[in-house]
Design a protein around this ligand. Structure first.
Ligand code: NAD
Length: 500
């Protein structure tokens, strides 16, 4: 194993020497797209070509689904004893841990997130999640219904079959693990479709899964574009469920595809516009620190980024000053492969332009720019946007309603608790939220009133595989993480036996 680089130049040299495999992983082997076509994956960090990716389409999806179906039907994974599934999944997690640096380089090339985060957050959260589900494998029981002594009524949970897992580009490893862990533990086969912007880290998992002992055909990974690869997967008649994380717009399409094909089940983790309510009695230092990290971590490309701050009018100015100070002191922006940087590049030029457009919209709408607002570090060739804050934002402005998915914080003043809750709930989303106060009665009332899948009190973005994660309203339905996530990859079967 190579020594871990310690400087930016060493990391850049290591990344340049890396040739990520962009071929599809189907039936236990890396293969080219049937058409032979590829597309360039552009490195977010510097705009160079990071590698070639198989430009897969319906023909490749057919192959992957067919391999997954055969593997499911012959029971090569489904019928393995629970302890064996546990052993293999633990080995898979261990191999990911052992290959941390190779995978982290791919994650940073894919997304532009800083290398220190890829190493200390994305890769570990991926293997820890797989470990969690591996450990659960031999701890789940079926049920016997209460009947008369001669009636044995088993309520069994059975895997669904072939799962299509379609994931976004912002956390390719973590979100893939959220889906693979429970789906594989339940005994299903999976066809994973990474986002076109971020294929390399996910594809690397295929070879490690094979080495760990996951049988051929049980995990397939097919890269490509949404319309060309994701759509045929979601429309496929032999796919029993689609578990999707991505935008609300494409999430709606998933429901249509299910209706237009085989009424496959659908689980949706979608966008967000999460509100952080800061009451006048809050610990402002703690709130400012958490708010800064919640919006600038991963350049704001986080579904539950705390992108709206609802600040009581009496402390708003003070809070903004503190957020600016924390950002300068704790979140230095730099080249994605600079180990000292905590904020890196946006995923791609198109997305960076979309974020800059929103910043222009905010200015046109009359919000006041309190920090940042520009593209920087153009000399790198990468896609870097400054941490940005808008003050005096009105709840109905576009920058307060729409998901920007970038390092742009909207600060909205309020005067009363009721008003704060109304504004917090006043978008189509319901993914996350928080309340900052030293009065636990207020915390209790407000956390209950916010319509969101997770509400943090005096903290933000605490995260663990142990807790369910997902949204209310147009942030989707179904939950990733925790034992509850396994339920959606299984269904109940009743077997009623009468004894004489
Ligand atoms: P996206 O919806 O554009 O794409 C997500 C995935 O769907 C990609 O793999 C893409 O190739 C595929 N896709 C796109 N069009 C498709 C189509 N017509 N048919 C089938 N598949 C298609 O989202 P994105 O830009 O990759 O990710 C950002 C979005 O993801 C944001 O809205 C963010 O909030 C959301 N997200 C949600 C969560 C959550 O847990 N709720 C987590 C992370 C990201």
């Amino acid at each position: 194993m190579l020594d871990r680089p310690t400087t930016k130049d060493q990391w850049i040299a290591r990344a340049r020497a890396t040739t990520p495999d962009g071929r599809a992983f189907i039936n236990g082997a890396y293969v080219n797209a049937k058409s032979g076509k590829t597309f360039d994956k552009i490195s977010s960090a510097d705009g160079s070509v990071a590698g070639q990716v198989a430009d897969c389409d319906a023909a490749d999806i057919d192959l992957a689904v067919s391999a997954a179906k055969t593997a499911f039907e012959d029971g090569r994974w489904r019928d393995k004893p629970a302890t064996e599934k546990k052993r293999v999944l633990l080995r898979f997690a261990e191999l990911i841990k052992q290959h941390t640096d190779e995978i982290a380089i791919r994650e940073t090339l894919d997304v532009g997130k800083v290398i220190s985060n890829s190493i200390s957050i994305d890769v570990p959260y991926c293997y820890v999640c797989l470990q969690y589900y591996a450990e659960l494998a031999d701890k789940m029981y079926d049920e016997i219904a209460p009947m008369s002594p001669n009636d044995l009524v088993q309520i069994r949970k059975e895997p669904l079959g072939v799962i299509g897992a379609i994931v976004p580009w912002n956390y390719p490893l973590i979100i893939s693990a959220w889906k693979l862990g429970p789906a594989l533990l339940a005994g299903n086969s999976v066809v994973l479709k990474p986002a076109e912007q971020s294929p390399f880290a996910s594809l690397y998992l295929g070879g490690l899964a094979r080495e760990a002992g996951i049988p051929d055909g049980v995990l397939n990974i097919v890269p490509g574009f949404g319309e060309k690869t994701g759509k045929p997967l979601a429309l496929h008649m032999d796919v029993d469920m689609v578990t999707f994380t991505g935008s609300t717009e494409v999430g709606k399409l998933m429901m249509r595809y299910a209706a237009d094909s085989n009424i496959k089940r659908v689980a949706l983790e979608l966008g967000g516009k999460s509100a952080q309510i800061v009451m006048p009695d809050a610990d402002l230092d703690a709130a400012a620190e958490a708010i800064a990290w919640s919006i600038y971590y991963n350049q704001g490309q986080t579904c539950h980024a705390g992108s709206r701050v609802l600040a009581h009018r009496s402390i708003r100015k003070q809070l903004i000053e503190k957020i600016i100070k924390v950002t300068a002191a704790q979140i230095p922006q730099g080249h994605s492969f600079d180990p000292a940087a905590q904020m890196g590049a946006m995923v791609e030029q198109k997305h960076m332009e979309r974020v800059l457009e929103y910043i222009a919209v905010g200015q046109k709408e009359g919000a006041s720019l309190a920090l940042g607002g520009k593209q920087i570090m153009q000399n790198t060739g990468g896609f870097y946007v400054e941490p940005t804050i808008f003050d005096e934002v009105k709840p109905d402005m576009r920058i307060a309603q729409e998901e920007i998915f970038g390092p742009v914080l909207a600060v909205i003043p309020f005067d009363t608790e009721e008003e704060a809750v109304r504004i917090a709930n006043g978008t189509v989303f319901g993914l996350g939220g928080s309340v900052w106060t030293s009065d636990m009665n207020v915390a209790h009332r407000v956390s209950g009133a916010i319509r969101a899948g997770t509400v943090w009190v005096n903290c933000y973005d605490k995260s663990s595989p142990v807790t369910p994660f997902g949204g209310f309203k147009q942030s989707g339905f179904g939950r990733d993480r925790s034992p509850h996530a396994v339920d959606k990859y299984m269904d109940y079967k009743t077997i009623w036996t009468v004894y004489k």
